[in-house]
Write a protein that binds this ligand. Structure first.
Ligand SMILES: NC(=O)C1=CN([C@@H]2O[C@H](COP(=O)(O)OP(=O)(O)OC[C@H]3O[C@@H](n4cnc5c(N)ncnc54)[C@H](OP(=O)(O)O)[C@@H]3O)[C@@H](O)[C@H]2O)[C@@H](O)CC1
Ligand SMILES: [K+]
Length: 502
């Protein structure tokens, strides 16, 4: 259920389902309407009136089916239409099968104690909602009428989650077969309320032909690749992570990354510290290995001798010009042995001043895989043209940036998007405002590095890290600070290990 479908992919699912039978278009529409009607009866059994607002397309068609079924169940139904469905469409058939006559939408006023079904626009939304439909949306909001949206809250793009003008704020959104990106990307997500996915008889095997490239992030996406330590595994076989520390006044961020990497299962973690910060790092570390690395030569010695599988560069590293040289040199030297380099925080800000050299390094033939973890501000600095394009959704921005940088991206925010240069993307849905705390990003980088070091492919490792990080925060609850996150991973990891062991 974790695949997210674009409107083109959903239309293909529809066509393939009709071709394979037994349901034709109107039968799928009847199933869709029946699913919505069942939810209305279950959730609002005492509604005084159910207002059904139908648009001119097939979303409206679903509404006519709901009207017929609820009326047959003895519910007081009031039907409103913004225009007759096109002749010959499934919606026209559904309207013809409905015994109720719709009233013109312009006269709609929600009655006290009523519930509204939003069947105005769904996948076919093509422009901003205006006129009677916009007025109807405003009237529901003013009267605080509970709204159940069919497929999408009208006015929200299923593709981008953007509001094209006025948009319904639903309490429940019932969509069909699979969610769409707009259910998870903001502001769409906040317009959906609870999103319920209903089965309308489209067979699962249509997905093999559609090959969706976008997913809701969760264990279903990556559990297969999630590391499980073997009984006889050696600590270095469980993956060695190297984390570069900043100077003596800014060492904490790297230590948070290092500790998180250790908790996330890296067999060994080395903190590479400038000589002037060894004392302060040593005073705070126990199981983490500490090694002096002043400048590139000593870092290169570490790479050659200890053969780490993953590196974290950025937290607390500083933003001086020599840091930029250092990062480019490490990327250049890491190919072959290192499976992935996580570049976060200061590393992103520094590389944003040298994008040409940076992208040349990440695109080089033998470059290690790179994982970038920008928040909104860092994204804007590193990818200014993509960030400034008003037509792109967050999903599209993440994908374009991943392609440009030839890197996996964790584009952070309340709807974090993980994107791979191969076009795959995942949208995270278990985020929590608790994660908006200093040092939380450092922990995320460490978790991702640990999973890469344990042989998880970088896109899957990044997705798993984002999910684990949020899950740990949610379960810990209020009062969370970044120091708590590594230990808070433990119950989440234990549960995953149990599921995987089954
Ligand atoms: N695919 C499936 O498997 C299944 C799909 N099903 C259902 O079908 C829905 C998709 O139906 P759909 O394609 O007919 O699109 P829909 O959203 O009804 O709107 C299109 C109409 O609205 C118009 N219009 C658009 N925006 C407008 C605006 N702002 N202001 C004014 N007009 C506007 C647009 O006009 P046009 O752009 O052509 O000028 C066109 O006339 C889907 O969401 C689901 O509910 C289910 O039955 C189960 C199976
Ligand atoms: K709708």
């Amino acid at each position: 259920m974790h695949q997210l479908l674009t409107s083109t992919e959903m239309a293909k699912a529809d066509r393939l389902a009709i071709a394979s039978g037994p349901f034709d278009g109107i039968a799928l529409m009847r199933n869709a309407g029946a699913a919505v009607a069942a939810i209305v009866l279950e959730r609002y059994p005492h509604a005084a009136v159910v207002h059904i607002l139908c648009g001119p397309g097939n979303n409206g068609g679903d509404g006519y089916v709901v009207a017929k079924l609820l009326a047959a169940a003895g519910v007081a139904v009031s039907l409103w239409s913004s225009g007759a469905p096109r002749n010959g469409s499934d919606a026209a058939l559904a309207a013809a099968e409905c015994p109720l006559r719709p009233k013109p939408l312009g006269g709609f006023e929600p009655a006290p104690g009523s519930v509204a079904i939003d069947a105005l626009f769904g996948a076919g939304l093509s422009k901003a909602v205006e006129g009677d439909a916009a007025t109807a949306i405003a009237r529901c909001a003013e009267a605080k009428t509970p709204v159940i949206a069919i497929d999408l809250p009208s006015g929200i793009s299923g593709e981008s989650g953007k509001a094209l003008g006025p948009a319904v704020r639903a309490d429940i959104t019932v969509t069909f077969f699979r969610k769409k990106p707009g259910h998870l990307l903001y502001p769409g997500r906040s317009h959906c309320g609870e999103t319920i996915v209903a089965d309308i008889g489209i067979p699962e095997d249509v997905l093999a032909a559609i090959r969706p490239a976008c997913f809701e992030n969760g264990p279903a996406l990556w559990l297969e690749n999630f590391p499980q330590p073997e009984v006889d595994s050696h600590k270095y076989a469980r993956g060695h992570v190297g984390v570069f520390s900043g100077g003596q006044a800014s060492t904490g961020a790297a230590r948070l990354s290092a500790l998180a990497a250790a908790r996330a299962g890296a067999g060994a973690v080395t903190l590479l510290s400038p000589g002037n910060a060894l004392q302060v790092n040593a005073a705070h570390l126990t199981s983490i290995i500490l090694r002096k690395a002043d400048g590139f030569e000593e870092a290169a010695e570490f790479l050659a001798e200890r053969k780490p599988r993953a590196l974290v560069l950025g937290p607390g590293l500083g933003t001086g010009p020599q840091i930029g040289d250092f990062i480019l040199q490490v990327i250049g030297a890491a190919g072959g042995g290192v499976a992935g380099i996580v570049l976060d925080a200061d590393a992103i800000s520094v590389m944003a001043r040298r994008t040409e050299e940076f992208f040349a390094a990440t695109r080089a033939k033998d470059a290690p895989a790179v994982l970038l973890t920008p928040h909104e501000g860092e994204f804007g600095r590193l990818f200014p043209e993509i960030a400034a394009d008003p037509d792109l959704s967050k999903l599209a921005r993440a994908r374009a940036a991943a392609r440009l940088a030839n890197a996996v991206l964790i584009y952070k925010g309340p709807d974090t998007v993980i994107a791979s240069p191969d076009g795959r993307a995942a949208i995270n849905s278990n985020g929590t405002p608790l994660l908006a705390t200093a040092g939380s990003g450092d922990v995320l980088g460490g978790i991702a590095a640990a999973l890469i070091a344990q042989a998880m492919p970088v896109f899957e490792a990044a997705s798993a890290a984002v999910w684990l990080h949020a899950e740990a925060a949610r379960r810990f609850g209020p009062g969370l600070i970044a120091e708590d996150l590594p230990l808070a991973l433990r119950p989440v990891l234990a549960e995953l290990a149990q599921v995987k062991g089954r």
